[in-house]
Design a binder for this molecule. Structure first.
Ligand SMILES: *Cc1c(COP(=O)(O)O)cnc(C)c1O
Ligand SMILES: [Zn+2]
Length: 433
């Protein structure tokens, strides 16, 4: 299963070489038929076209990793390097690292009271370097990409991924080609363009962009983080789960509610809890994961709710553009994780999304983008329908910042008063309130 990179055998070694770290990555494997594949920029099985997944030596990992070894690591997602697909021979200074991860996990009593929850927490991923959770997956994917010898980073994006790839590529001195749907929010476009990538706006949906990128990836030797590097990319989302557990003093919460685009993040949070349990880093106990989508693009939630589990592609139409994937790659696995853990899925209207954004901001002082509104509004429904118990310890993942999607709230919030600059004008305005 060893791959050849720059003429050197990339064989996992469980001893530290000078300046390099131990790696527990054994190779890749098909999620469907279990056929092994060599480490490299590949994401589908040669035999059955199933998605490939990173395989680890958990026994060796368990012997080497402890709560203390993690706590001794850097204040970023790289504290979990041993549980990530950092390839053999990757030194700490080889990481493509803008400091993503180890974001705050904060109690949310006011939002909890508004939703009818006793013990609600928010995982605040708006404070990542490019202001969304995508920095986690990009930091991991581009670290692998550089180790595999790539000098060009690329992606098919619903917005935040483009921001993150452009930022990390700039930091690493890599060229960047980022592809987005042409109808994206201006905040997302500018927040990518400023880093100086080649930014290609495609007249079509994300699913059109993704299909185009699949073709380009077979013609150009570029590291498309969510196409040919997807097995490594996806593993970055596990760090949300690792952090939630560490920040709860190495315990698992009862329930995590996460927004879904491809469904990958939700799947990997569940996988993270499973790995922590397997490694003996947390005590074994049940947890549940539940998913949130916007009704204007809810192929996964629909398949969950209609009981078929069969994800039918849709044409997205929603303000939650970061979640607008009509043909989600991990929808099937998201439904599997939710069913297996006893969670559920909900979807909400655009009006509820905006209301969710305002509720989160006004109760907890956290301004999230539309995806955060989707999560909060879906959580409200999950409580109302009894899918989330009021006494459960619930963590809601708030995955991106509101400043990139100002348009969503532009019509519903603004100055409460506009006055002339005299004290009397102020007094009159306030007393008329
Ligand atoms: C991409 C994205 C998600 C969901 O990602 P998947 O892993 O594809 O489900 C959630 N929130 C925000 C803000 C995103 O940009
Ligand atoms: Zn296969």
């Amino acid at each position: 299963m060893a791959a050849l990179i720059e003429g050197r055998a990339l064989v996992p070694r469980h001893g530290t070489e000078e300046g390099t770290r131990v790696s527990f990555v054994q190779g890749l494997r098909c999620r469907e038929c279990a056929r092994p594949a060599e480490i490299g920029p590949v994401h589908v099985c040669e035999l059955c076209f199933g998605p490939l997944e990173v395989v680890y030596d958990y026994e060796a990992m368990a012997a080497a990793v402890s709560r203390a070894s993690i706590a001794a690591g850097p204040p970023s997602l790289w504290r979990y390097a041993d549980l990530l697909p950092a390839l053999p021979g990757t030194a700490a200074e080889d990481r493509v690292d803008l400091g993503a991860g180890l974001t705050p996990l904060v109690p949310a009593p006011r939002l909890g009271a508004a939703l009818g929850l006793d013990d609600l927490w928010l995982k605040n991923d708006t404070v990542n370097p490019s202001f969304s959770f995508k920095d986690r997956v990009v930091s991991v994917a581009l670290t692998v990409a550089r180790r595999l010898g790539f000098d060009t980073a690329a992606c098919a994006s619903t917005g935040n991924l483009a921001n993150s790839v452009a930022a990390h590529a700039a930091h690493a001195g890599m060229d960047a080609y980022v592809f987005v749907p042409a109808d994206l929010e201006q905040g997302k476009v500018l927040a990518s363009a400023v880093y100086g990538p080649t930014l290609i706006a495609v007249k079509g949906t994300y699913d059109d962009v993704n299909r185009l990128c699949g073709e380009i990836a077979s013609e150009h030797r570029w590291a498309f983080v969510n196409v040919n590097l997807r097995p490594f990319y996806a593993e970055g989302s596990k760090t949300i789960g690792f952090e939630i557990a560490e920040q709860l003093d190495w315990t698992l919460p009862d329930h995590v509610v996460a927004p879904m685009a491809s469904g990958s993040m939700l799947v990997k949070i569940d996988k993270a809890f499973d790995e922590l349990t397997r490694l003996g880093l947390v005590e074994e106990r049940p947890w549940r994961v539940s998913g949130a989508q916007a009704s204007g693009c809810a192929p996964i939630a629909t398949a969950m709710k209609d009981g078929t589990g069969f994800v039918r592609p849709v044409k997205p139409s929603t303000v939650a553009k970061s979640l607008a994937i009509g043909n989600p790659a991990d929808g099937f696995y998201a439904i599997d994780a939710v069913r297996r853990t006893g969670g559920w899925m909900e979807d909400v209207s655009d009006a509820e999304v905006v209301e969710g954004m305002r509720l989160l901001a006004s109760t907890e002082g956290l301004f999230a983008e539309t995806a955060g509104g989707v999560t909060v509004a879906s959580l409200r429904r999950l409580v109302a329908t009894g899918r989330v118990d009021p006494t459960e310890r619930v963590v809601a993942v708030i995955s991106g910042i509101g400043l990139k999607t100002l348009d969503a709230v532009a019509d519903v919030v603004g100055p409460t008063h506009t006055i002339d600059a005299g004290y009397d004008d102020f007094a009159a305005a306030i007393s008329a309130q």
